[in-house]
Design a protein around this ligand. Structure first.
Ligand code: ADP
Ligand code: MG
Length: 700
């Protein structure tokens, strides 16, 4: 499909690209009425270019076609009223340290007191006689009072129609930036866009031109609908169109990346010949599940084919991804190439190293570890044909000058910790080894399509047979002594326990402490306390500030049962495998996402014994307790992740910085599943139809 040249008005197709778009990418100061001061205020909102301004969506809308009467206001429903200021004044007290500014607004039905505490400069914004809009709900009924309402002075003028007698957008602001000014400026920017046109780059750095001609409404109309809707439904329709555009930009990026990759990369023949696999499976101690075998068949087909494998393996905690990784590695090793396995933490890398050494060395495969502090790597022998090597490490394997020789396969374990950018770096590396990405975070479909749109997906949908069950309980802090008594009993019976806290330290200065640190328990102090409470049993301490070697030592002690209780931060959430640990206690559980708690819970129930996950929460809100109860009811990671996505959003689910997701202005991954699917379908079609060279001008 050729880019739509014929569209009238500002099109967003490639037809009007580059030249016509540069003003959109230019600074806001190019707009009439935007000087240095305003530009600086806008920059605080992340608005630097004209385009940023156009993409600054309203926080909410005020239906100024109809107002409430002041006499009808209540304490529940926020509403807008319009009236005249009949009195105002500033009171100072505590020797001028504190103040309250109060004004009284009258709309003929009643009077409304509006108060602002400790914002004395408010006085200069208003004058007796001004007409104002006031938005909020009553904080007091006698007299009718609102504390810190949102307000806007009604000023007659040429542009009055933007602000009054319509559905008015209300934007996120910053100090000193008037709502009215921003609304007017966005209006004028839209008018300019209508005149000049250009290609809106909805996602930073994303390749462009989206807007397949058939997608309605055109971008300009959607922007108009979002900023200045004619009806309440306009706003949502416009938002959806812009959200689709964002998802499409991202999906196109993924599709093109994939196409580029497939065009340029030849796969190494790594199908294997079972020479190592047979003896490996014979000594493994269990039979692969049907799901594992099925996934391995897919992987073998990929690795034997002419293209480098790019596959995501999704499998809930405990579904047996490690065995799949091992078999995949063996295929590469049998084919005479090396393999690399990367884990997100040193602990996990260390654990993999131990496992794989035990599994592979009897087969004549060398296993080498490379993490931040530990390296067993040396240059492979220059002459002769070296024995195949499995490299195990953290992402340190990826970086620096560690060009691993003759790699046939790279496995990345627990991908969500790596982030898309790092994966991308790996994919770009030299000679295209096969890539298997494994994640235990059951990624809701929308997110999966967004994050991994360029990968083929396999799912391990079946758990290995296991006798041990995990029971989950939500308890209040008052029950903690009983819970600790229970843990003592389990230890006496030979089992082990994890106890997890949200913080390392209890002080207010610690990095994550912020202003809400108070009341959250911390590993350092609690470990001391538990050592006394649980004596003579041994309590180990694990957190992110320990050195790599210390962490490994502690983990080894725990696995050997030299330590009975491991007090830890969420550092242990991924991958740690100590089958004798059957109790997991999480304090301040309300601080964690459900998906994260599910990951933590995956640390237990790995052996044959019944296991217990106890979530302690003193959360004041019943809602927080209710949320935790979801875990009592289900063990299905996908169900839990969907609930988490809906409750907390993708940032929380994937880890804020690591998610690698762009900031969507209008899209909402938790709610827009249908739009993500549509974007993906469109992107696949567009990537086929539209050569990237035409479609995506060079990045700026
Ligand atoms: P994850 O998918 O969370 O990485 P692991 O690979 O650590 O899970 O496997 C969890 C546990 O299940 C390990 O102790 C592993 O040895 C065991 N396991 C894996 N596959 C099977 C199987 N087919 N039958 C029995 N146990 C298995
Ligand atoms: Mg694992």
């Amino acid at each position: 499909m050729p880019p739509a040249q014929s569209q009238k008005g500002p099109s967003n197709s490639a037809g009007t690209a580059a030249g016509g778009s540069s003003w959109l990418r230019g600074r806001v100061t190019s707009l009439r009425g935007v000087g240095a001061t305003r530009a600086e205020q806008l920059a605080r909102l992340g608005i630097v270019s004209v385009q940023d301004l156009l993409l600054h969506g309203p926080r909410r809308y005020e239906d100024r076609r109809h107002f409430k009467k002041i006499a009808e206001l209540d304490a529940e429903t926020p509403a807008t009223v319009r009236g005249a200021i009949v009195a105002q004044g500033l009171k100072r007290f505590r020797g001028g340290m504190k103040s309250v500014f109060e004004m009284i607004v009258d709309d003929g039905s009643a009077r409304l007191h509006c108060r602002w505490w400790n914002l004395p400069f408010m006085e200069s914004y208003f004058h007796v006689g001004d007409e104002v809009f006031v938005f909020g709900k009553l904080t007091d009924a006698k007299p009718r009072t609102m504390d810190h309402p949102e307000t806007e002075v009604v000023e007659g003028g040429a542009e009055d129609f933007i602000h009054v007698a319509r559905i008015a957008p209300v934007y996120p602001l910053t100090e000193g930036l008037p709502q009215r000014w921003l609304r007017g400026t966005i209006w004028r920017a839209l008018e300019t866009f209508k005149g000049r046109g250009g290609v809106l780059q909805v996602i930073k750095g994303a390749a462009m031109p989206m807007a397949a001609a058939e997608v309605e409404p055109p971008i300009f109309n959607a922007l108009r609908m979002v900023h200045f809707p004619e009806s309440p439904s306009d706003a949502e329709a416009g938002r959806q169109r812009l959200a689709l555009e964002e998802f499409l930009a991202l999906q196109l990026q993924l599709q093109w990346r994939r196409k580029r990759f497939e065009a340029s990369a030849k796969g190494l023949p790594c199908g294997g010949n079972n020479r190592l696999m047979k003896p490996f499976l014979a000594r493994l101690g269990f039979k692969l599940t049907g799901a594992q075998t099925g996934v391995l068949r897919e992987i073998r087909a990929d690795m034997g084919g002419g293209r480098p494998m790019r596959r995501l393996l999704q499998g809930d905690v405990g579904s047996g991804k490690t065995a799949v990784a091992a078999c995949s590695a063996l295929m590469a090793l049998e084919s005479g190439l090396n393999a690399a396995l990367m884990a997100p933490t040193e602990i996990l890398a260390g654990q993999h190293f131990e496992n794989f050494k035990r599994w592979f060395e009897p087969l004549g495969v060398t296993v080498r570890l490379q993490t931040g502090h530990r390296k067993t790597m040396e240059k492979p022998a220059a002459a002769g044909r070296p024995a195949p090597v499995l490299f195990v490490g953290t992402h340190a394997l990826l970086s620096e000058n560690s060009d691993l020789p003759r790699l046939g396969l790279v496995v990345i374990d627990e991908q969500h910790r790596f982030g898309v950018a790092q994966r991308e770096r790996l994919v770009r590396k030299g000679n295209y080894p096969h890539l298997l990405v494994m994640t235990a975070t059951p990624i809701p479909r929308t997110l999966g399509l967004t994050l991994y749109g360029d990968l083929d997906v396999s799912v391990l949908g079946e758990m290995p047979p296991r006798r041990g069950r995990v029971k989950t309980f939500v308890r209040a802090t008052a029950q903690l002594p009983k819970v600790l008594e229970f843990i003592r009993e389990k230890i006496a019976a030979g089992r082990q326990a994890y106890i997890v806290y949200p913080r390392i330290e209890g002080d207010w200065e610690s990095p994550n402490g912020g202003g809400r640190g108070g009341g959250l328990k911390a590993v350092l102090t609690e470990a001391e306390r538990l050592r006394k409470v649980l004596a003579p049993y041994r309590v180990g301490l694990m957190h992110g500030r320990l050195k790599g070697a210390e962490k490994e030592g502690i983990m080894a002690d725990f696995r050997a049962n030299n330590i009975q209780v491991l007090v830890a931060t969420t550092l242990i959430e991924v991958g740690v495998d100590a089958p004798n640990a059957t109790v997991l206690l999480v304090e301040n559980a309300e601080q964690f996402g459900l998906a994260q708690l599910h990951q933590l819970r995956g640390r237990i129930g790995r052996g044959d014994d019944e296991s217990f996950c106890i979530l302690i929460s003193e959360a004041r809100s019943a809602e927080a307790r209710q949320r935790l109860r979801i875990l009592e009811g289900t063990h299905d990671g996908f169900e839990i992740a969907e609930a988490d996505l809906a409750l907390r959003g993708p940032g929380e689910l994937l880890g804020r910085e690591q998610s690698g997701l762009p900031d969507f202005h209008f899209g909402n991954l938790a709610r827009d599943a249908a739009l993500v699917r549509r974007a993906r379908e469109l992107a696949i079609r567009m990537a086929d139809d539209l050569p990237q060279a035409v479609a995506a001008p060079a990045r700026r």
